[in-house]
Design a protein around this ligand. Structure first.
Ligand SMILES: *Cc1c(COP(=O)(O)O)cnc(C)c1O
Length: 380
């Protein structure tokens, strides 16, 4: 099969998509499926669409172009403010974009007009996480000019929390966004179609309230992929948390000392490492390194410890286990590991066969994917 590889169980993703859509629909919230965690993989996007997603969101125009060219039948949402250098592609391939900069919006309007098309936008509102968004008080003063722009249709407002500063999307934040939407609608005699309240991080808020106010849209990536809510990294009921796993191969296996010997300087990444003397140790090396993925995001499925990694080697304390060279080891992945593995050209992306009518195991037990198809060998 080849290593290092990421194994993607499409049936588990399909199950997660259906479950998430149903969960949020119960309180009137539609979900966009966010594909940036899988680097806009068109097969994963297609599985989302087959299971009820109508809007696919990604932060990169390159990913959206790739999905669009692969024929993924969805509306595409660009969830990062468009780069001025990419506006032509945005107008061409994106149906709706999240915006937080007035100069970008003006240029979007001009280019949409030149292309004889209308581009939908969501205005992002800063609510305390201090990443993207207009300060709320600035929106009302900007709207008269914005509403005059041709080629642009204001679909609604949105916000993003829990990304840069870890500020939670709680009841107070969401009520403030709802009130802002209603105030703006009344003040300017307009009607918003979409109030996009956030991401997977909104799960706790969603569970905590029955009154979701004006929020009728969320942009969900991590919950679909990893079955988690990202604020506390708590598994969501009835979701698979193991749709992705990572496989690497042993390239050296020896008993060696645990304490390095010689004069100590910096390691490959500029740190001065400190080690504990645990006597002789079953040490193995994997053909895997930082060029492949963010090693810290891996959790071994065996009782072993990751000691460290450089560009191309990962060193492991195999503890009581005797693991031979050539053996494949399987790891669980967090979001950072997923994102980096999907982005690395060295990692083989291995997708399970997608079963249109998957057998979902009622007890939450998981299956290993049966037929595996290597989608791509050396590129994403
Ligand atoms: C990444 C991102 C999302 C999706 O976040 P998840 O935690 O994966 O659900 C939503 N909105 C914006 C603006 C994002 O950047």
């Amino acid at each position: 099969m080849g290593t290092p590889r990421i194994e993607i169980n499409l049936n588990k993703i399909a199950h997660n998509v259906r479950t998430i859509i149903k969960l949020y629909a119960a309180k009137g919230i539609a979900v966009a499926g966010i594909t940036k965690g899988v680097c806009g993989n068109p097969t994963v996007a297609e599985v989302m669409v087959k299971n009820g997603i109508t809007i696919i969101g990604d932060s990169r125009i390159e990913n959206i172009c790739r999905m669009s060219q692969a024929g993924v039948a969805a509306q595409f949402m660009l969830i990062r403010s468009p780069l001025i250098s990419q506006l032509e592609a945005v107008i061409e391939h994106v149906h709706i974009s999240l915006n937080s900069d007035w100069s970008v919006i003006k240029k979007l309007s001009a280019i949409a007009l030149a292309h004889n098309t209308v581009h939908k936008i969501i205005l992002m509102v800063e609510m305390g996480d201090l990443r993207e968004g207009f300060m709320p008080r600035h929106i009302a003063s900007m709207l008269p000019d914005l509403l005059k722009l041709e080629g642009i249709k204001l679909e609604g407002i949105g916000t993003n929390l829990a990304c840069h500063s870890g500020i939670k999307p709680d009841v107070m934040k969401m009520d403030t966004l709802s009130d802002l939407a209603t105030d703006l609608e009344n003040q300017f005699d307009i009607k918003f179609n979409m109030i996009s309240g956030g991401s997977s991080a909104n799960h706790e808020w969603f569970n905590a309230t029955n009154d979701t106010g004006r929020i009728n849209h969320l942009r969900i990536g991590e919950s679909i992929m990893l079955g988690l809510e990202p604020v506390g990294r708590i598994p969501i009921v009835n979701l698979y948390t193991d749709a992705f796993s990572f496989v690497a191969e042993v390239i050296e296996s020896k008993v060696k000392p645990s304490l390095p010997y010689g004069d100590v300087g910096q390691d490959a990444f500029g740190h001065i490492p400190i080690f504990e003397d645990k006597g002789q140790m079953n040490r193995i090396i994997l053909g895997l390194g930082r060029q492949d993925l963010s090693i810290e995001g891996l959790t071994p499925q065996l009782e072993i410890d990751i000691l460290g990694a450089s560009s191309d080697h990962t060193i492991i304390d195999a503890k009581q286990l005797e693991i031979k060279t050539g053996k494949e080891l399987v790891f669980d992945m967090n979001y950072a590991a997923l994102l980096s593995a999907m982005t690395s050209p060295y990692v083989i992306k291995c997708l399970s066969k997608y079963d249109e009518r998957p057998r979902v195991l009622p007890n939450g037990r998981t299956e290993r994917p049966e037929a595996k198809i290597a989608e791509s060998q050396h590129s994403y």
